[in-house]
Ligand binder design. Sequence first.
Ligand SMILES: Nc1ncnc2c1ncn2[C@@H]1O[C@H](COP(=O)(O)OP(=O)(O)OP(=O)(O)O)[C@@H](O)[C@H]1O
Ligand SMILES: [Mg+2]
Length: 352
Amino acid sequence: MSEIVIKLENLTKKFGNFTAVNSVNLEVRRGETIGLVGPNGAGKTTVIKMIAKILRPNSGKILIRTNHSDLQDLRHVSSTVSQIGFLIDIPNFYNMTAYQLLKYFGKIQRYPKDKLNNRIDELLTLFNLSEWKFERVRNYSKGMVQKLGIIQAIFHDPEIIILDEPQTGLDPLARIEIRKYLRELQSMGKTIFVASHMLYEISEVCDKIALINYGKIIGFDTVENLALTLKTSELNCDLLNPLGAEKLASLLSRLAERLKPYLDQNLDPNISKIPIKYNPEHQGLKLYFDGKNESKGEILKILVKEFESDFTVVSFIQPRTTQLERIYTQMVRNNTPEGSTKLKGDDSKNEK
Ligand SMILES: Nc1ncnc2c1ncn2[C@@H]1O[C@H](COP(=O)(O)OP(=O)(O)OP(=O)(O)O)[C@@H](O)[C@H]1O
Ligand SMILES: [Mg+2]
């Protein structure tokens, strides 16, 4: 396992008597991509601002390993600027052109002067902003400003990249680009910590998910491991040819009977009334099973071997996004303090 580069120890932040971040413990290892996910007001930005030293914790510690030093208390690290790149909130840039702005950032970050212009061009090209190089940032669209914020965060090629909602305001193509770029950064061995509401983006790029709610971490693991807490998991099974309407009911009941040991028999009716159904539009079967890998293997075997004369399976997948959506919904819903909506300023019982 690689070494820990960020460690949060009982990290706590209060605003007045309201606890925004409540004793958070988290470890991020070199090369990992961690997604910090949680509802509005959960404390994501507050955590990131403490790592960026914009906010000071009330108690607890942040330990950071920069370059090849030991883990050090962030309070004693004089400057994190050169090793960590941050994108926090919607960037508010001045009345400068992208070129002027990036040159300014490059200088602050002591980027080698002779390479500055090349780096600016390289990043503007990567984010499709080259044509806007000499345009004032105030004339940019929201998504373009966001891209510039990401460029600014990675400009100096930091080891650790911390992004707060990098995909906010981006159109689908730009989101795909950002995802691609995050993957490139991953392949370069960077450590990435990203707060986001976009469960799809997060499930696509992150190794692990940290779920935060009411300032507390309520889950921290891979999507697959978090999914073990789900009582039911979904499988989509695409078929080569559509199923004929005349035999459908009897086929579904044969399937339900044969797959009974593996299917979820106590399915939440909000999810589905029956554990196996046919979707004619997608020409596929949707199954709700107990989530065990062994069951998945058995289901596939049965569908392929025993139902060979009924249909041909062309793909068999357990969608990660819906899984993360369901984990998120289940964990966040079950975590409402005392079963009621907590109001800000009414938190005295939950405070230490
Ligand atoms: N400077 C501040 N003063 C008072 N309360 C604050 C301050 N900053 C944040 N808060 C409160 O702390 C809580 C956590 O806010 P934070 O911005 O960290 O949430 P978030 O998870 O980033 O939410 P979002 O998804 O909406 O960005 C919220 O209730 C917020 O109102
Ligand atoms: Mg936020």
